[in-house]
Design a protein around this ligand. Structure first.
Ligand code: HXC
Length: 520
């Protein structure tokens, strides 16, 4: 009887402690968090994971600091809630910084908690999602908190290419705190809630005299449109976390798995007649490549990554007959789909991610080439364009391309060309592979003839139409095997599906090496 009472008392003590831990930094601070329109760490985890699947770890962790009055500010779990659960029924690890405890600041102990779930994720081969809301390194702890960041960064790098890593910015991420997210695969941000910067507005004002708000400096808008730091931006935490779940459904749990195949609900032989008329008559007239993509993928479901950044190229995930593929496509509607520094880096990073996680790459090509200009040259278009060549050439996943219209010059070579080891290259009848467009070419190779002619304009027009007739078609490349087949645009979906099916067991290895030296 006495023993039973003792056990009962212990159980009550455990329940009390758990109740306390649920409150983080206390009800007053939870209310303050809600007042700012922000969710708490636990509410965020509940949104992320399948209902009732969260298994918390280190609920009872306490920081060990006694400096600066910290011994009186101990909260169960310290400033991070960590553990694992399920997303669409598959294992995922999560850590959520708890702003109600000392501003979510990173302590030695909260860093150890985060490192523990990262280690478990690596061992178990499952993704890690970090929900970031933190004032950065806990100032009172000095080097202990700084070295906590080093330990996290180290794990970010070692996990890279092994398990998917996602960061969701749901509050401040200042200074070094930005670099763990920056080392992960995808960054999600919420407008008006998450802010990332190396030095904040006060420091900037003191050093450069520039005046800027937190949101304009480091909010979701500048990072998803200008800097490219953020891959996704949303208006609410709920929407944002729902999209994290959507993204994870496209990804394998780790690099030893193939991406999950869904039972298809879209006809693999579906032919969209509208595709035949999508490419305009004129070589220079824009059209929206997204309209092509949504017509060929399963159920029109295409998840764009980096949608607002470097919009001249489109990257994202979709399925073909249930098989996941990464799509890279030029956007003729924006800057004529030209390749420039930002679009090259955006696509290169995406191709490398897909290659790390066994996701085939399907490329849609329509570009007049690289962007001319002093700013591009001096900004390093050579160095940055090389990244995209490197990424395509290095990728050993199945690679399929569809030339819808133009592939001129260097852009032909870069965009998954046959000699960069693309597996299957299709062209629409409107496809053209040439060193350059007819106008420019004729002015160079026939300069003398045009100059010496009695009718320079008439001669130029005649030479342009001769050039167009001879070279501006896909059949010369098809005659040399650089294009495997010229297809009716309406057949695009079934053709891609059959190619992906044929390449399902593709296994290709790079020559033995530690790693390539990608031109960073
Ligand atoms: C300890 C911190 C803290 C920190 C905030 N708090 N940041 N405690 N260390 N880094 C505490 C506050 O004292 C406060 O405690 C509570 O968290 C909430 O903070 P507020 O300032 O009241 O909130 P808010 O007005 O929303 O401002 C949030 C903030 C601001 C913008 C994050 O707190 C701030 O600027 N913090 C410092 C940011 C920073 O410079 N961190 C270091 C970055 S460098 P009370 O008890 O009053 O509620 C870095 C190095 C990493 O991280 C290096 C890795 C290589």
């Amino acid at each position: 009887m006495v023993l039973r009472r003792k056990v009962e008392t212990k159980r009550e003590e455990l329940a009390r402690k758990r109740e306390t831990a649920l409150l983080g930094g206390g009800q007053r601070r939870i209310d303050a968090q809600h007042k700012r329109g922000k969710l708490t760490a636990r509410e965020r985890i509940d949104l992320l994971l399948d209902e009732g699947t969260f298994e918390e770890i280190d609920t009872f962790a306490l920081h060990r600091s006694v400096e600066f009055g910290l011994e009186k500010q101990k909260f169960l779990g310290d400033a991070a809630v960590t553990g694992h659960g399920k997303i669409h029924g598959r294992t995922a690890f999560v850590y959520a910084q708890d702003f109600t405890v000392l501003g979510g600041s990173l302590s030695e102990v909260s860093a150890q908690k985060i490192c523990k779930v990262m280690d478990l994720a690596l061992a178990a081969g499952a993704p890690v999602v970090g929900l970031i809301d933190s004032g950065g390194a806990r100032i009172q702890e000095g080097v202990d908190s700084l070295s906590g960041y080093s330990s996290i960064f180290h794990r970010n790098v070692w996990s890279s290419g092994v398990v998917p890593q996602i960061s969701v910015i749901l509050g401040p991420a200042a200074g070094g705190a930005t670099y763990s997210p920056a080392l992960t695969d995808f960054i999600f941000m919420v407008r008006g809630v998450g802010q990332m910067y190396i030095t904040g507005p006060d420091v900037i004002r003191a050093v450069t005299g520039e005046q800027v708000s937190h949101e304009v400096l480091g909010g979701a808008e500048p990072h998803s449109t200008l800097s490219g730091v953020s891959h996704f931006a949303f208006d609410s935490e709920q929407q944002c976390i729902e999209q994290v779940r959507r993204l994870l459904a496209f990804l394998p749990l780790n690099n030893m798995e193939d991406p999950p195949r869904q039972t298809p609900t879209d006809d693999p032989n579906r032919m969209d007649v509208e595709l035949a008329d999508i490419v305009p008559e004129s070589q220079n007239q824009p059209y929206n490549m997204v309209n092509v993509l949504t017509r060929v993928v399963d159920n029109g479901d295409f998840m764009q990554v980096h949608e607002q950044f470097a919009r001249n190229i489109i990257v994202g995930f979709a399925r073909f007959d249930g098989r996941v593929a990464g799509i890279v496509a030029q956007q003729p509607e924006y800057l004529a789909g030209v390749l420039d520094i930002n679009s090259a880096v955006k696509a290169a990073r995406f191709v490398r991610f897909c290659d790390s996680f066994n996701i085939p790459v399907v490329t849609f090509i329509d570009t007049a080439g690289f962007m001319p200009g002093i700013a591009q040259e001096h900004g390093g278009i050579i160095r940055n364009g090389a990244k995209l060549i490197f990424a395509y050439a290095e990728a050993t996943v199945p690679k399929i391309s569809i030339l819808t219209r133009k592939a001129y010059g260097g852009a032909y070579i870069v965009m998954s060309s046959k000699n960069l080891t693309s597996d299957i290259n299709f062209a629409w009848p409107t496809g053209v592979i040439a060193v350059m467009g007819a106008d420019g070419a004729v002015n160079i190779i026939h300069r003398g003839e045009i100059g010496n002619s009695d009718d320079p304009e008439g001669t130029r027009t005649r030479l342009i139409s001769e050039y167009e007739e001879q070279l501006m078609n896909p059949y010369i490349a098809a005659g040399r095997g650089m294009i495997d087949d010229v297809i009716d645009p309406v057949q695009t979906r079934p053709k891609i599906i059959r190619a992906l099916e044929m390449l399902e067991n593709k296994r290709e290895a790079l020559p033995p090496k530690k790693h390539g030296s990608v031109p960073l």
